[in-house]
Design a binder for this molecule. Structure first.
Ligand code: GDP
Ligand code: MG
Length: 175
């Protein structure tokens, strides 16, 4: 995937329906294609003198049925898992998404495959609505191979750029 000073990385975004995957991606350039029932956006970053293009793939809602085709997973360089910090169930399902990714994408080195976790909708955290603590999320990350963790708000554009910069760096580091 490395072409001198340019790099293209395929990133896929997984998580339960409604957690904010599409809203997070709408923060970036829209370049939707719908050939396989999935869409992607691109985000360009400059890292260590390299022009890195993230091609970030979103589902068109098929995550509801856990029926994303193999083309969606094929060749992924990083997998971003998203849950909603206000809904416990979306956190519990992360384990399933993690396993499903490894099964479908079948990377050569599953223990070292780069994941990044996003706890989204932190803006609605008034103290009463929060269902999953940052500590709990970080413990899950530690147990699953030290996955980097970010708390984000697609609504308020909080931490989204930082999270995807980490996605790029994590993917590059595992090349
Ligand atoms: P997806 O099914 O994972 O793609 O989720 P969507 O992006 O379609 O978002 C589902 C709902 O959550 C929509 O009503 C969004 O406006 C809302 N939403 C998404 N991100 C956020 C966020 O960061 N904060 C809040 N308060 N709502 C959000
Ligand atoms: Mg969506």
């Amino acid at each position: 995937m490395l072409m001198s000073d340019r790099m293209l990385l395929k990133v896929i975004v997984l998580g339960d329906s409604g957690v904010g995957k599409t809203s997070l991606m709408n923060r970036f350039n829209k370049q939707y294609k719908s050939t396989i029932g999935a869409d992607f956006v691109t985000k360009e970053l400059h890292i260590d003198e390299k022009l890195v293009t993230l091609q970030i793939w979103d589902t068109a809602g098929q995550e509801r049925f856990h029926s994303l085709g193999v083309a969606f997973y094929r060749g992924a360089d990083c997998c971003v898992l998203v849950y909603d910090v206000n809904i416990q169930k979306t956190f519990e399902t992360l384990q399933t998404w993690h396993e499903e990714f490894l099964k479908q994408a079948d990377p050569t080195n599953p223990e070292r495959f780069p994941f990044v976790l996003l706890g989204n909708k932190v803006d609605t955290d008034g103290g009463s609505s929060r269902a999953v603590s940052e500590k709990t999320a970080r413990e899950w990350c530690a147990m699953n191979g030290n996955i980097p963790y970010f708390e984000t708000s697609a609504k308020e554009n909080y931490n989204v750029d930082d999270a995807f910069l980490c996605v790029a760096k994590t993917a590059i580091a595992s090349e």
